[in-house]
Design a protein around this ligand. Structure first.
Ligand code: CTP
Ligand code: MG
Length: 223
């Protein structure tokens, strides 16, 4: 049963505001993409890696990703990049979609997702309990409601899928412009999505504050 990782790394990193696209920004002297790929390799559950990179950085991405990896060009939105990666996927039973931006994801999270897939699940996502109270608001900025916090989870990657399931879900969601993760395409397609425990270290590096946190974690490791 071949398990392939697909790594969306074609975003601009607008919120991080760096000089390079986010996946190529340095963390502890290495690109974020290099950390994400290393975590996937260290998990021992991934047979091949497909990196989805900006069209003008394919060679650079290949050099970072190393052997047993291929690189394809991404699209305008994250979902377009995932579809580009899926189009390049051959002969895999399972796919783990893992954001380059979650550079410090512990291999144990990757293993948990893969093992749930191998046990027969169609779709698996790592989640964490939410610590903030979360509210929905209306278009005027007034509170519309407060979902019960105990039922809420923050969602991480890698998100794992049986390949034909994710292909069908993303094809059906082609017209949607509001997908914030891949599981959403599956939910809308009627696919049950299983949750497994995530890890705080799998946080997404989105803002300069996140990168500072990641830098201090990496520095502490080196000590
Ligand atoms: N991504 C991608 N293709 C896109 C947009 C995003 O492959 N068109 C990837 C990013 O490279 C990142 C992951 O999807 O690894 C999660 O996206 P996000 O954190 O939003 O990264 P960016 O889109 O790069 O950041 P921003 O939204 O701040 O521009
Ligand atoms: Mg983005």
């Amino acid at each position: 049963m071949r398990t392939v990782a697909l790594v969306p790394a074609a975003g601009k990193g607008t919120r991080l505001g760096g000089a390079l696209p986010k996946a190529f920004m340095a963390l502890g002297g290495r690109p974020l993409l290099s950390w994400a790929v290393a975590g996937l390799r260290d998990s021992g559950v991934i047979d091949h890696i497909i990196v989805v990179a900006p069209a003008d950085r394919l060679a650079e991405a290949q050099e970072i990703a190393g052997p047993r990896a291929s690189v394809v060009a991404g699209g305008a939105e994250r979902a377009d990049s995932v579809r580009a990666g899926l189009a390049a996927l051959e002969g895999a039973h399972h796919v783990l979609v893992h954001d380059a931006a979650r550079a410090l994801t512990p291999p144990s999270v990757i293993v948990r997702v893969a093992e749930a897939l191998w046990s027969g699940e169609d779709a698996v996502i790592p989640v964490l309990p939410v610590t903030d109270t979360v509210k929905t608001i209306d278009e005027h900025g007034y509170v519309a409601g407060t979902p019960a916090r105990a039922t809420l989870r923050a969602v991480q990657t890698p998100q794992g899928f049986r390949v034909p399931v994710l292909r069908a879900a993303h094809a059906a969601a082609l017209a949607a412009d509001d997908l914030t993760d891949d599981a959403m395409a599956c939910e809308r397609h009627g696919v049950p999505v299983r949750t497994v425990p995530g890890d705080p270290l799998a946080f997404k590096i989105t803002t300069p504050l996140d990168l500072r946190l990641a830098e201090s974690l990496v520095a502490a490791r080196a000590d």
